[in-house]
Design a protein around this ligand. Sequence first.
Ligand SMILES: [Zn+2]
Ligand SMILES: [Zn+2]
Ligand SMILES: [Zn+2]
Ligand SMILES: [Zn+2]
Length: 257
Amino acid sequence: MERASSEKSGLSNIHLKKRQRTDGNIRTAMVDFDVLDCPVCFEPLTIPIFQCDNGHLACSSCCSKLRDICPTCGSPIGHIRCRGMETVIESVFLPCINAKLGCAKRIPFLKQSTHKKECCFSFCSCPVQDCNYTGTYTDLYDHYAISTHQDSMGRGFECGTPFYVLMNISEKIFIKREFYMKLLFAVQCFREPYGVYVTVSCIAPSSPEVGHFSYEISYIKILQVNLETPPENSMLIPHSLLSGDLLDLRLCIKKLN
Ligand SMILES: [Zn+2]
Ligand SMILES: [Zn+2]
Ligand SMILES: [Zn+2]
Ligand SMILES: [Zn+2]
């Protein structure tokens, strides 16, 4: 009875200590980033993390590639989770990789790559072949607008107003500038066995600050489709509807609320 109550008070002491450690401010720690990478493929660890009987770690994709054999000691791996390491990587927050460019956000270690796609400060690449320019999406717009890339006439449009795109299928990409929000849009076509796929995408991070768009394409006024959230969506124009190598499209891009 006495023993049980002393065990109980021991446990509550542990809980108290834990609370004292976690209450109040989060303290920062220095961590060698290499320990947050999978020791087999050197990619940042993701959950689940596995360990062999000897405690060697591997990420889940390495476990399946190695057919559940530990590359260090040959023991089976892929059945025992390493919960301790999972807790560690769940608790790590890092400054955004674009902190120097102005992003003040602190990002959970496990969300780094998602944030990179969304961060307004992430660099976008100039879509023009052989141009190596990269910059934020606003800088990219300016680069495109003032460089020799654009034809002097007719490459701009306004959201909500339909416009025409006349492009050669072999050109593969056609860039349009949106004047008011200062965004670049790429109309791309891909020749496939069944016909030509056409997609429209906004060259910018997927951040809510940039906004979301829907677009409507019609081809020679025969097909009319409503597609949302580029670039996953596309319209297929069958070969039977194509005449030669020229695409004559009517496009309308709208900003969604
Ligand atoms: Zn790995
Ligand atoms: Zn091992
Ligand atoms: Zn950021
Ligand atoms: Zn360029």
